[in-house]
Write a protein that binds this ligand. Sequence first.
Ligand code: FUL
Length: 503
Amino acid sequence: MKRYITKNLAVIILFIGIIIISSCSYRESKPMDITTCKVVPPQKLLDYQQMEFVGFIHFTTNTFTGKEWGYGDEDPLVFNPTDLDVEQWVLTAKDAGIKELILTAKHHDGFCLWPSKYTDHSIKNSPYKNGEGDIVKEFTDACHEHGLKVGLYLSPWDRNRSDYGMPGYVTYYKNQLTELLSDYGEVNEIWFDGANGGNGYYGGANETRKIDSKTYYGWDEIFTLARNLQPNIKIFSDAGPDVHWIGNEHGFAGDPFWSTITCDSIIIGKSNPAYLNSGDPDGVNWVVGQCDVSIRPGWFYHSEEDSLVKSPDQLMEIYYKSVGRNAVMLLNLPPDKRGLIHENDIQALKHFRDILDSTFSSNLIKGASVNASNTRQNHIKFSSINVFDGNNDSYWATDDSVKTSNLVFELPNEKEFDLFVLQEPIKYGQRIYSFEIDVLDDSGNWKQVFNGSTIGYKRIVKIDPVKAKKLKLTILGANNTIALSNFELYRSPEMEQISDNYE
Ligand code: FUL
């Protein structure tokens, strides 16, 4: 009997032991996620950033008067496009890979491209469709039909209105915003420009008017109105809250560039361009940086600029300094007096798209092996091979205690390359602030080919072409656990090869 009890006790103890051991090893093998940073993007801003390339359409009386900033006294009769084709704008943009188009529904001259019921300074008093036209409607319908997101620009500064600078104008502005955000289906972005030059027609007053940029418009109420009318809208201004100006009109984000800023520290119309150009690693708001630039010197079409359209190479440089620096590229394509995007602009845009496609067509990292100096908990979930799968949700990460770490890549054979694409899994925040890339030279020494700062959603690094079989990425500094979701390698095409197709 005693032997029987002892035997059963032993079996029970063994059984409990197995349960304890197996539950311990389960706990050990359960991956512990990386800490999320204090500031992370909401899903709608992840979606916004992933568009990468968006477009602007500047069109108003300026197109016909040759001005950049209409004074506000333009006769609506001057607005007379002869062959306006909104579908041509949309399809041109779509073919170029643009995902959203933003139309100047009203620029600083106050002329409205829709028949606003609050003013006569609009398309309804122009010859276009005998005053029966609505270009905002044509535009939004065409974008929706062809799968482009819609953005609208409604200039806060209005040089036509007699009440500009007084409280009544703000009511007028909100009424117009309500029209635009109620009557035209889904609007993905609203663009609030900070520009204000002071002088204007102002209903015949012809004077300079100053406003208090901080208090005049009552931005918080305007933002609330926009969100109430379009819950998914992204609001652009110097200060976000969703998308912010990059601080220049060349289309260049800074290096470093952080996706965080502190919105409350910025006055719309009186922002510090340098702050917006670099972002702020200590910023408390996630706001996507947007790099606006025109394909021509001016924002509006001027025939004398037909020969000054940016070259495909210039557009590539802008792409590398916007999308390649963790921001979004916003390229302006101004329709001409016919109401069409000019042939020269289309040619440059097509050529640019071809270069872009051919540059990123063949990822040379395919077939490479990778070795990490550290992998979080040695767990497959955080393995370095995750940087190959093109999926931003899977990533390589290190243990929390690790402050610098590297990935060594070995290609199946020696390759020539000059471009690297790196991405962080930004849904957990932006963390890397220093990295280095080396290649193994013929004598077996690591040779540095690039030394960089931030990565964020996407960083494209361009170097002089180099041949190597082995390369090393070292993360030298991060403000949280090291994590990387993507690493790609390319050889950009010889420009002459591309140009041949256009002769
Ligand atoms: C600026 C405006 O003054 C320009 O005319 C243009 O619209 C540009 C995109 O924003 O602030």
